[in-house]
Design a binder for this molecule. Structure first.
Ligand SMILES: *[C@@H]1O[C@H](CO)[C@@H](O)[C@H](O)[C@H]1NC(C)=O
Ligand SMILES: *[C@@H]1O[C@H](CO)[C@@H](O)[C@H](O)[C@H]1NC(C)=O
Ligand SMILES: *[C@@H]1O[C@H](CO)[C@@H](O)[C@H](O)[C@H]1NC(C)=O
Length: 475
């Protein structure tokens, strides 16, 4: 198809690159218009044609195209004017939002600055890139036009590597560090230089085009997340089940009741208004994030890749932002003050461990004035060891100046202070200590959570209370 276009245009333009670009642009345009017309005239097809294997959609013409629509190959060479603008799609348009689109860089005061320069590409870097490609299997193809193109090709990895994450599944390194018994094995251990993955991770067998949002919130293809561990797990099997070729999620009622309970307890949380960006720890199949989306809140769901190795895959397949991450010995890869609230529903993090090292990490990521929502057994159960855990939590949170805003049923909600006044009024010697430090709370890559954790006043006049994990000059 490319050759056909190339020969018709070769008379007009001589450079082969130009020809290729033009052919690509024409192809893109015609595919765009074809697709536009296709969705506008038969929107039901988008749903009814599912499941579609990925490979087929690319080469075969759409099922039941409108009569005059020519096959893909013919449209490439036609220079006819574009078809008339298609009527608007039958879906209701999204609500109008005043959008502010700006581009800039954040300067040292934290403000967006428009003063920056875009540099040139470093020639030596380009050469390095070229060289580093040399190691791969390379194929030279001779085009009809006589131009030679080099195509580097990766092998496909073994099937069992369908969910391989290089920095998480680095078995070699985890064995070398003898971490098999510790929670550290779920943290990042990236491959050393030269030991990186050298193949393409395959998609699961029978993978189908993802079910579109919002339907994906309630069902995903079984073949796309081919694990049944969660369905067999006694805690989660009430909320997820298998029906024919799909997983069905039915935790919506429960998630909404939980969200209503939170708003009732602390109306100031105001989903979608005061609360816009949140973190959900140990997210299960991410019902919480999925249903907060309806309330105009963007939630990042995190979970370790552990026994339920598939939970993040479920969240992503449903269309909910999610990442593999663990509270263990290193900072999480999010900046300080990133979240309006942090939510832990039975998330199995021991917040009081090592004098609250992990809660201090939550505190780092929590916005000043933000909330910490803890739904867990120690909040409402009366067994002796659970009462002790609650007492430890109460003690720790008061030492880091969090205010217990409300405790009701199975939920406790704390608030991080808006300013430094509480930190300043603490008894000297109280743990964790308040200190001066040059430690940067936004320095997260491979930064250890030190056992000498501390709150930190970066600058008394600074608008927000900041906190760090290390300190050299504590008082
Ligand atoms: C690995 O750790 C276990 C316990 O954590 C310990 O008993 C064992 O001796 C360690 N092995 C090595 C080679 O360090
Ligand atoms: C969490 O850690 C603290 C301090 O080490 C300990 O007292 C408590 O029992 C632990 N809680 C759980 C649930 O393991
Ligand atoms: C500091 O924040 C607290 C709430 O966290 C508030 O009650 C107090 O008035 C604030 N103080 C100042 C000086 O802004």
């Amino acid at each position: 198809m490319k050759a056909l276009t190339a020969t018709t245009l070769n008379d007009m333009v001589r450079t082969p690159t130009f020809v290729r670009i033009t052919a690509f642009v024409l192809l893109s345009l015609s595919v765009f218009f074809l697709f536009n017309r296709f969705t506008a005239t038969s929107p039901s097809l988008v749903f009814s044609s599912l499941p579609r294997p990925l490979y087929k959609t690319e080469s075969s013409p759409p099922p039941r195209p409108p009569p005059p629509s020519p096959p893909l190959t013919a449209t490439t060479s036609s220079l006819s004017p574009p078809p008339p603008p298609s009527p608007p799609p039958p879906y209701p348009p999204p609500p109008k939002v005043d959008m502010m689109i700006r581009m800039g860089i954040v300067d040292e005061t934290g403000a967006m600055s428009l003063e920056f320069e875009v540099g040139d590409i470093d020639e030596s870097w380009m050469e390095e890139e070229e060289k580093s490609r040399g190691g791969r299997e390379e194929k030279e193809e001779k085009e009809e036009s006589g131009a030679r193109v080099k195509v580097g090709k990766y092998k496909v990895c073994e099937k069992s590597m369908g969910e391989y994450i290089p920095c998480i599944d680095n078995v070699e390194e985890i064995r070398r560090l003898n971490l098999s018994a510790s929670v550290e094995r779920f943290e990042r251990h990236c491959p050393q230089q030269g030991k990186g993955l050298d193949c393409v991770v395959p998609r699961p067998e029978g993978y189908q085009v993802k079910i579109p949002w919002p339907k994906s919130r309630d069902e995903v293809w079984l073949s796309n997340v081919p694990h049944t561990g969660l369905v067999e797990d006694k805690d989660s099997k009430k909320w997820i089940l298998i029906k024919k070729d799909k997983f069905i999620f039915q935790g919506g009622g429960r998630a909404n009741r939980h969200l209503n309970q939170i708003s009732k307890m602390v109306p100031d949380i105001a989903f979608g208004q005061r609360t816009r960006v949140t973190l959900d720890i140990g997210c299960g199949v991410a019902d919480f994030g999925a249903f907060l989306m309806q309330r105009n809140v963007a939630t990042l769901s995190i979970a370790p890749k552990d026994v339920h190795k598939n939970q993040i895959q479920f969240a992503l397949e449903r269309g909910v932002p999610a990442m593999v991450a663990t509270f263990a010995t290193h900072r999480l890869l999010y900046p300080s003050q990133a979240f309006d609230f942090i939510h832990c529903l039975g998330c199995r993090v021991n917040w009081t461990l090592d004098d609250g090292m992990l809660l201090l990490e939550a505190n780092r990521m929590l916005r000043a004035g933000g909330y910490f929502i803890w739904a867990a057994e120690p909040v409402y159960k009366r067994e002796k060891n659970l009462r002790e855990q609650w007492a430890e939590m109460e003690d720790l949170t008061s030492r880091i100046c969090w205010e217990l805003v409300k405790k009701e049923a199975y939920i406790a909600i704390w608030r991080k202070p808006l300013n430094n006044s509480c930190y300043l009024n603490r008894d000297s010697g109280m743990q964790p200590r308040v200190c001066d430090s040059n430690d940067d709370p936004d320095n997260v890559w491979y930064d250890l959570l030190h056992s000498l954790s501390s709150l930190w006043l970066r600058d008394i006049t600074y608008k927000y209370a900041l906190q760090c994990m290390t300190c050299d000059a504590c008082h």
